[in-house]
Write a protein that binds this ligand. Structure first.
Ligand code: SAM
Ligand code: SF4
Length: 337
C-alpha cells in the first residue's frame, strides 16, 4: 500500500516546491567493468576507510523514509561488488509497507545470477540491468571487461526469481544504433521494459563524448516507424518519458536529459558511498551527511538533509560539445545512475 505524504511530519520540499520522495544510494564507487562512456580505464577509487558503514547507510536511508521518501534505489558503481549489499537490502526491505513503497537496484548484471533470489527475498521486486549490446564482442568492447553471457544468465535468473527487469541501454552513436530496435523486440519477447539513455557529460573518460552522442529524438522517430508506440502517463519523477509497445506490457522509456529537460518534476536526491548528498546529478553542490551523523547524531543529520534539499538547483545544464569539459568532474559511478 502506498504511504500517505499527509502523515509525514516534516516532508522534504525543495526551494522550487518539489517534494523529494526518491533516494538513490550509491553503495560503492567501485566496479568490475569499465564502460567506456562511464569510466576511464585507469580509475582511482575511494579508500575503504572513506566509505559509509552499512549501519550508517541504513540510518541515513531510514531518516529519509521517516521524512517521506517512498522509493530507494541501490546503485553504484556496481552495487553487487559490495559484500554486505544484501544485508542492506534486507534491512531496508523491512520498511516496505511501513513508509517505503519500493526498494530497487541497478546492476551491470555480472553477479546477478548469484544474488537474484536473495534480492527477491529481501523485498526487491524490480531491478534495472544495464545492457548496451547483446553481441558478445561489442559488449566486451564497450565494457572493457564484460561477459554478456553472464549478464544474460543473470537476467534469466532474475526473471526466474520473480523480479521484473528493466534493461538500461545507453544509446551510442557509431556503436549500438543498429541494435536498438532489435533490443526492443527482444524485450517485448522476454517481457522486460527498456529504457534508452542519452550519454551524459559526467567525469573524465578516455574518449570524446561528441563521437558517441546519439540524440533520442532521432532514435524515437525510427522506433515509431517499426513499433506501435502509445504514450504512457507513468512517471518516475525523472528525465524519462514512457511509451507502451504494441499495446502490450512492455514499457519503453526515453531518458533524454540533453534533448529534453524534465527537471521541473524532479523528485530525487543521491547519496554517495562517502556520505555526501547531491541534490542534482548535474551540479557540484553537496552536503556531508557522514560528518553530520558522526559529529552530531540524528538532529544534525536532519539539519544537513534540510540544507541539501534547500539548495537543490532548478535544473541541470548538460551540454555535449567537442572539447568541452564534463558538466561535473565526478563520474556517474560516484553519484549512482
Ligand atoms: N553499475 C551499474 C550499472 O551499470 O547498471 C549501476 C551504476 S551505473 C552508473 C547506472 C547507469 O548509468 C547504467 O545504466 C549506465 O549505463 C549509466 N551511465 C553511466 N555513465 C553514464 C553516462 N555518462 N551517461 C549516461 N548514462 C550513464
Ligand atoms: Fe560500472 Fe555501471 Fe559504470 Fe559500467 S556503467 S562502468 S557497469 S558503474
Amino acid at each position: 500500500m502506498a504511504s500517505s505524504p499527509a502523515l509525514i511530519a516534516n516532508p522534504l520540499k525543495d526551494g522550487h516546491g518539489r517534494t523529494i520522495s526518491y533516494l538513490r544510494v550509491s553503495v560503492t564507487d567501485r566496479c568490475d567493468l569499465r564502460c567506456r562512456y562511464c569510466m576511464a580505464e585507469e580509475m582511482t577509487f575511494l579508500p575503504r576507510s572513506a566509505l559509509l558503514a552499512l549501519e550508517e547507510i541504513a540510518i541515513i536511508a531510514e531518516r529519509f523514509i521517516a521524512r517521506g521518501v517512498t522509493k530507494i534505489r541501490l546503485t553504484g558503481g556496481e552495487p553487487l561488488v559490495r559484500r554486505d549489499v544484501i544485508d542492506l537490502a534486507r534491512r531496508l526491505g523491512g520498511h516496505i509497507g511501513r513508509g517505503l513503497d519500493e526498494l530497487t537496484l541497478t546492476t551491470n548484471g555480472m553477479r546477478l545470477a548469484d544474488h537474484a533470489a536473495a534480492l527477491q527475498d529481501a523485498g526487491v521486486r524490480r531491478i534495472n540491468v544495464s545492457l548496451d549490446s547483446r553481441d558478445p564482442e561489442r559488449f566486451h568492447y564497450i565494457t572493457r571487461h564484460g561477459d554478456v553471457t553472464r549478464v544474460l544468465d543473470g537476467i534469466a535468473a532474475a526473471k526466474e526469481a520473480g523480479l521484473a527487469v528493466k534493461i538500461n541501454m545507453v544509446a551510442l552513436k557509431n556503436f549500438n544504433a543498429d541494435e536498438i530496435a532489435p533490443m526492443l523486440a527482444w524485450c517485448v519477447d522476454q517481457g522486460h521494459d527498456l529504457s534508452l539513455i542519452e550519454t551524459m557529460p559526467l567525469g573524465a573518460i578516455d574518449e570524446d563524448r561528441t563521437d558517441r552522442f546519439l540524440p533520442l529524438t532521432d532514435v524515437f522517430s525510427e522506433l515509431a516507424e517499426a513499433f506501435e508506440l502509445t504514450r504512457d502517463s507513468h512517471t518516475s519523477g525523472g528525465p524519462a518519458r514512457y511509451w507502451r509497445v504494441g499495446g502490450g506490457d512492455t514499457r519503453l522509456g526515453l531518458i533524454s536529459p540533453l534533448t529534453a529537460n524534465f527537471c521541473d518534476g524532479c523528485n530525487r536526491v543521491r547519496l554517495t558511498t562517502e556520505g555526501r548528498l547531491y541534490s542534482c546529478l548535474g551540479h557540484d553542490d553537496q552536503v556531508d551527511l557522514k560528518a553530520a551523523l558522526r559529529d552530531g547524531g540524528a538532529a544534525a543529520l536532519d539539519a544537513a538533509i534540510d540544507e541539501a534539499i534547500a539548495i537543490k538547483p532548478a535544473r541541470h545544464d548538460f551540454r555535449i560539445a567537442t572539447g568541452s569539459a564534463p558538466a561535473v568532474a565526478r563520474h556517474m559511478s560516484v553519484t549512482g545512475g
